[in-house]
Design a protein around this ligand. Structure first.
Ligand code: AMP
Ligand code: MG
Length: 349
C-alpha cells in the first residue's frame, strides 16, 4: 500500500486535507494523526472491520481495546450506556485534553473496537487538527498510538513513518507532540474512579474534580502484582531493541554503578547508552549519553522519553542504563513507561 504523507499545522489547518483524511476513515481506511499526547492511528470506531485493520497494521493483540476519540461532549451519549456524574465533572476540567474515561459501552460500539469488552474508553483530544479530523471522519475515531505494537509510542511524524509507512493510507504530520506520553486512563464503571494508566493528568489533578480516586495496584508493580485492568498494560511496551536497566539510588552511587557496568560492556566490545538528566549527563562514559532534560522539569522529561528510546535503536545501542525518577505527579507516568520499557529490570543501589 502507498502511504500518503501530508502536513497540517494546528495553527493554520488545511481543511481540504482534513476533509480528504476524513473521507478515507469513513470509507474504512486508516489515517495516522497528531494529538497532544502521542500520534494516533485512526479508523472508524463504529466499523468493526476498521478496528480489525488497526490491529493488523500495528501487529497488536486483538484483546487490547482501542480508545474512541470524539470532538465534543455532544458525541458521547451515543456510544455509552450511562454518563456518571463524575464524568461530567472530569470532562469539565480536563476535556479536551489528555484524559481517557471508561464507560459501559452502547450497542453501536463493535466488540472489535473494545477488544471484546462491554466497556469503552473515550477521549476528547485538545489538538485542534485532531478534533477537525474526528469531525470530518463522522465523529468517532478509534485511535491507539501509531507505533508497531511493543515499540515506543510515536511523538513525531518521522516515528510514525518508521513504523507505518506502507501499512496505512495516510500520515498527517503535525509536528512534535506537546506532552509525549499517552493519556491518563480512568475507569468510571466501578464503585469509584480508578486510574488504570497514569499520564499527564495526575491523581491529585483528578481529585480536584472528584473524590476518592484509586490507583490500579499494577501500575508501578512488576508482573507479580497481578493482572492490570487496562488489558494493554499487561504487554511489554515501549521497549527499545537493546536491553534497558533502571538504576535506582543516590545519584553518586547510581552513577558509579552505571559506569562500572558500562566499562564491562566496553571491554566486551558492546555498544552502550545512558538515559540521564542535564545535571548528570557529564558523569557517564558511554557510546551515547542522552539527557531527558532538567530533573526538576517533569514535563520536558515526559516529552523526550519515547523519542530517546527510539534514538538508541537508530544508534544500535545494545545495553542502556537509565537513571530513576521520583514517582510522584507526572513522575508516576514517567516511571510507569520506563519500567515497562525496561521489562521491570531494576538495580537498587
Ligand atoms: P493506546 O491506544 O495504545 O494508548 O492503548 C490504549 C489503552 O487503553 C490500552 O492500554 C488499553 O488496554 C486501554 N483501554 C482501552 N479500552 C479499555 C477498556 N474498555 N477498559 C480498560 N482499558 C481500556
Ligand atoms: Mg500504545
Amino acid at each position: 500500500m502507498k502511504t500518503r504523507i501530508v502536513q497540517v499545522e494546528e495553527k493554520n489547518i488545511d481543511m481540504e486535507i482534513i476533509r480528504e483524511a476524513g473521507e478515507i476513515i469513513k470509507a474504512g481506511g486508516l489515517v495516522a494523526f497528531p494529538t497532544e499526547t502521542v500520534y494516533g492511528l485512526g479508523g472508524d470506531a463504529l466499523n468493526g472491520a476498521s478496528s480489525g485493520k488497526i490491529y493488523a497494521a500495528k501487529g497488536r493483540p486483538s484483546d487490547n481495546p482501542l480508545i474512541i476519540h470524539i470532538a465534543g461532549m455532544e458525541y458521547l451519549p451515543r456510544i455509552v450506556k450511562r454518563i456518571p456524574e463524575e464524568a461530567y465533572k472530569l470532562a469539565g476540567l480536563y476535556w479536551p485534553g489528555p484524559l481517557t474515561m471508561i464507560f459501559e459501552k452502547a450497542d453501536c460500539v463493535p466488540l472489535e473496537t473494545t477488544g471484546g469488552l462491554a466497556t469503552v474508553a473515550v477521549r476528547m483530544p485538545s489538538n485542534k487538527a485532531a478534533r477537525a479530523l474526528i469531525e470530518a471522519a463522522g465523529g468517532y475515531v478509534a485511535a491507539p498510538s501509531a507505533n508497531l505494537s511493543g515499540r515506543p509510542s510515536p511523538t513525531m511524524a518521522k516515528h510514525v513513518i518508521e513504523d507505518m509507512d506502507g501499512r496505512i493510507d495516510m500520515i498527517i504530520d503535525g509536528g512534535e507532540a506537546d506532552i509525549g506520553l499517552e493519556s491518563t486512563i480512568v475507569d468510571l464503571t466501578g464503585d469509584g474512579p480508578v486510574i488504570l494508566r497514569p499520564g499527564y493528568v495526575t491523581r491529585e489533578m483528578l481529585e480536584d474534580a472528584v473524590s476518592g480516586v484509586a490507583v490500579d495496584g499494577t501500575i508501578l508493580g512488576g508482573d507479580a502484582a497481578g493482572a492490570p485492568k487496562a488489558p494493554g498494560m499487561k504487554y511489554r511496551h515501549y521497549a527499545p531493541r537493546g536491553s534497558l536497566v533502571i538504576v535506582e539510588g543516590m545519584q553518586e552511587k547510581a552513577a558509579a554503578c552505571i559506569n562500572s557496568r558500562l566499562k564491562a560492556h566496553r571491554q566486551a566490545g558492546e555498544r552502550t547508552g545512558v538515559i540521564a538528566t542535564d545535571e548528570t549527563a557529564a558523569l557517564y562514559q558511554a557510546d551515547s549519553v542522552k539527557s531527558l532534560g532538567r530533573r526538576s522539569d517533569e514535563e520536558t522529561i515526559a516529552k523526550h522519553l519515547f523519542q530517546i528510546l527510539r534514538e538508541f535503536d537508530e544508534e544500535e545501542i545494545q545495553f542502556i542504563y537509565a537513571e530513576s525518577f521520583d514517582a510522584r505527579g507526572v513522575g508516576q507516568a514517567i516511571m510507569n513507561r520506563l519500567l515497562k520499557a525496561a521489562g521491570h529490570q531494576v538495580i537498587r543501589q
